[in-house]
Write a protein that binds this ligand. Sequence first.
Ligand SMILES: NC(=O)c1ccc[n+]([C@@H]2O[C@H](COP(=O)([O-])OP(=O)(O)OC[C@H]3O[C@@H](n4cnc5c(N)ncnc54)[C@H](O)[C@@H]3O)[C@@H](O)[C@H]2O)c1
Length: 252
Amino acid sequence: MSRFTDRIAVVTGAAQGIGAATAQRLAEEGASVAVVDLTAERAQATVDAITAKGGVARAYGCDVTDYEAVEAVFAQIAEDFGAIHILVNNAGITRDNLFFKMPKTDWDAVITVNLTSVYNCSHVAQKYMCAQKWGKIVSLSSRSALGNRGQANYAAAKAGIQGFTATLAIELGPFNINVNAVAPGYIATSMTAATAERVGASAEDHQAEVAGRTPLRRVGQPEDIAAVVAFLASEDASYVSGQTLYVNGGAR
Ligand SMILES: NC(=O)c1ccc[n+]([C@@H]2O[C@H](COP(=O)([O-])OP(=O)(O)OC[C@H]3O[C@@H](n4cnc5c(N)ncnc54)[C@H](O)[C@@H]3O)[C@@H](O)[C@H]2O)c1
């Protein structure tokens, strides 16, 4: 069964990691996918992976912190594909540091890329979704929203996404738009490889250490998150809205 036949999905930060896996999962289940990342060139590898399997996708370059750029690229996507049904707010960065050493520039960068971009993309996408009375918005929060040493900026942004999600669900529900968030734990991507490097560990050793204290005894893979995003973007979750679903192998 193809859950996303005739659906148009936009996935931000989809050149690699969780975004790439999500774009591929949605395409495998029938969606036409706009693969958005900082440049179209960066996004092209994900498009190639999708089209190699017979899926439909197109690469778009856009810095999602720039509202006018988002407006322009979403207009282009709507023109190319005919609609925007599903938005996955996935683009994100980390700039970890203990708070007393955290420069204002790193606070601003993380809030802008992880949280303001979610305002930008959701604000533009809801215009299309309200008009068609159908939409799904899924945003990437994080387990770090509950607090994580060295991530005051990132935790604030990811907790902000949870409040934003709960509120948008109330406001957009009457337009048949579901708004949810996924809060992953440790997922093996470039982002966590960079964390490992920062603490002087190899990616493998870092993952083994995290797996050892995770109830399911492994770290997550991008596909684990893609499957949950796909669920929330599908009609299987048509009565789920305003929720943040933690996907972290059972860790507290
Ligand atoms: N990896 C994890 O363990 C983990 C855990 C919890 C939450 N998350 C969240 O999941 C999302 C994806 O994480 P990932 O690990 O795949 O990260 P990643 O670093 O592998 O990929 C992030 C992508 O976002 C893109 N991006 C960054 N800034 C952008 C901008 N301004 N405009 C457009 N694209 C931009 C990057 O180019 C990159 O392709 C992020 O929001 C992240 O915070 C990740």
